[in-house]
Ligand binder design. Structure first.
Ligand code: G6P
Length: 584
């Protein structure tokens, strides 16, 4: 949620480097963009900012040695140029990712003293506080330490001070990674921003700050100001993995990557899996917490564990967890599922759970993420960077890994590996351009519809909910998922002639629910291994036994993608959304 990026170096190309870096972070927010630059030997900081997507920007920026940039997902204040970052107050310029919860109290104090603000953002108030300390004669480090104490909430900000070279950054809750180039240093919300230039990184931890001046980098504790030692880490990601390659969009590239990602997700040795499962031993309660698509994955895994290992797991959307907090104690295990590992609602549950003594296991796609680092045990899902807003390959990798864990709990990891290997090879066989073209044709038949319903039962019920998310978020069609059996308790009233209904599965009960829909005029699109008479259209999937949830969602992902294209929507950057939601 909001991408921030900075570079400080020897050359004169900071502007263009930031522009390109921000384009790679655009998936984090694309309401507006902005860049602040400092010319060599000059004090003045120049700002360029505009409403709209940075990917559309093609301009030469003025020569500069260093600067900071931002791609915004609006929280406080509408999508306007004034609210676009960077924000400058007096001698301080900043970009910010996070929420300054108590900003209005501080804003009022400044206004009472005659300061006027240009924007409605909380971020501009951070700049004002930093500036007030700077004008009072404090060093930039001291200004940052003192300012951080006044902020309630999560933040990552980058600051430039007039007359002082270098970029200053601080973090509490929102991610920041330092990229160590040969002639320049980068600071970004995510690695793809600078991956083309370097794969050597340092992770800034919570309550730390960093001063970057060219290739000189100093880490300090945000509270004490004392130096902090950091290890250089080599990131194994390849540049191509964060690029579209031959595909027109990240979404379809990531869908096709599922040919390999399932096999990769289960590539963990027995020890890592046993370590994860050992956390669940002797626990009185196990909670899965997650948001969005990851939450639907967690719901699917609830079925896996119930059926395979006989364990009842509580699945709670992270934002609802505060209402169940009384059940969290030393005998509880919390399992966090998150692609980004940065989702604020999940992080908060883990922080509070940790305080209550709960054990934390997490599955994320980013090993260095805040969630991973807060966990007692973390298992990476190894899906490679996922950049399209709609989660696809990360979701199926999470499901595969959870399926494996459920089997590990009963000492049958090998059986799961076998099922998943065969699932992976079936995906490899059916996922091709021909299959995509068939789905594209189905998309054409429903593209004009405003409502679409999806049913499934058992572990395909959460997949019906996930299918609805996929279609809503990229095509803006009103899609709703139901458990097949619940349909006649209300939702069936919505069915009219030709209402498209996706039916997940070909078991007898689900098919009889499909017949009920068809009798009311619905157009039935079946997604299953076997064709059934009731289907008007059929998207065949391989028969993958217990792992059917994993394969069933893939044609829906492709359908959502093509509905987006047919409706002229950019599937990678649908309206109002962000890939990584780092605010509550
Ligand atoms: C956002 C994304 C979703 C994602 C959810 C949870 O809403 O748009 O695709 O499922 O966040 O994100 P996480 O990174 O925790 O899986």
């Amino acid at each position: 949620m909001c991408g921030i990026f900075a570079v400080s170096g020897k050359g004169n190309h900071a502007g263009n480097i930031i522009l390109e870096g921000l384009k790679k972070l655009e998936y984090r927010g694309y309401d507006s963009w902005g860049i602040a630059l400092r010319k060599a030997g000059k004090d003045a900081i120049l700002i360029e900012k505009e409403v709209g997507k940075i990917s559309k920007v093609n301009k030469e920026l003025s020569p500069s040695v260093e600067g900071i940039g931002h791609s915004r997902w609006a929280t406080h204040g509408g999508v306007t140029r004034e609210n676009a970052h960077p924000h400058q107050v007096g001698k301080v310029t900043i970009v910010h990712n996070g929420i300054f919860e108590n900003f209005s109290k501080h804003k009022k104090q400044f206004e009472a003293k005659g300061t006027s603000f240009c924007s409605q953002t909380d971020s501009e108030v951070i700049a004002a506080i930093l500036n007030s300390f700077f004008e009072a004669g404090f060093s930039p480090e001291k200004c940052i330490t003192k300012t951080a104490k006044k902020i309630d909430g999560r933040f990552a900000f980058l600051a430039m001070f007039e007359g002082i070279s270098g970029i200053f950054a601080a973090r509490r809750g929102s991610p920041l990674i330092i990229g160590r180039g040969k002639t320049e240093t980068f600071i970004a919300s995510d690695i793809p921003a600078f991956l083309e230039k370097t794969n050597i990184v340092n992770y800034l931890d919570d309550n730390e700050m960093v001063l970057v001046n060219g290739t000189t980098v100093n880490f300090k504790n945000l509270q004490t100001g004392l130096p902090v030692e950091k290890r250089d880490i080599k990131v194994p990601w390849k540049v191509e993995s964060a690029e579209k390659g031959k595909f027109p969009h990240f979404m379809i590239k990531e869908i096709f990557e599922q040919k390999e990602t399932i096999a990769r997700a289960i590539n963990h040795d027995e020890n890592a899996l046993n370590q994860a499962i050992s956390l669940l031993k002797d626990c009185n309660g196990v909670f899965f917490v997650a948001c969005g698509t990851a939450h639907k994955v967690a719901m699917t895994a609830e079925y896996f564990f119930a059926e395979i290992s006989g364990r009842k797991i509580n699945v709670v959307p992270a934002s609802e967890m505060p209402y169940f907090e009384r059940f969290i104690n030393k005998k509880t295990a919390i399992i966090a599922i998150s692609q980004s590992g940065e989702t604020a609602d999940v992080l908060e549950v883990l922080e509070r759970g940790k305080k209550a003594g709960a054990k934390i296991l997490s599955l994320t796609n980013v090993e260095s993420s805040s969630i991973a680092r807060l966990s007692d045990v973390h298992i990476p899902i190894l899906a490679g960077p996922e950049k399209a807003v709609a989660s696809t390959k990360a979701a199926t990798s999470q499901m595969a890994l959870l399926f494996l864990l459920a089997y590990t709990e009963v000492g049958k990891t090998n059986i799961a590996r076998e099922i998943l290997r065969s699932t992976s090879s079936s995906i490899n066989d059916f996922l091709n351009e021909r299959y995509e073209a068939i789905i594209q044709d189905v998309a054409k038949t429903i593209v004009k519809k405003e409502n679409l319903f999806i049913i499934g039962r058992g572990d395909l019920y959460p997949m019906a909910l996930e299918a609805a998310i996929k279609i809503q978020e990229v095509s803006y069609i009103h899609a709703q998922g139901f458990s097949a059996g619940e349909l006649k308790h209300g939702p069936i009233a919505l069915i009219e002639k030709d209402t498209p209904c996706l039916v997940l599965g070909d078991d007898l009960e689900t098919l009889s629910n499909a017949v009920e829909l068809k009798s009311r005029g619905a157009k039935i699109i079946g997604i299953s291994p076997q064709r059934a008479d009731v289907f008007d259209e059929w998207l065949k999937i391989p028969d993958c036994d217990g792992a059917k949830a994993i394969v069933t969602i893939i044609p829906v992902q492709i359908l959502a993608y093509h509905l987006a294209l047919l409706r002229n929507i950019d599937p990678d950057m649908p309206r109002n959304l962000a890939k990584s939601v780092t605010v509550k």
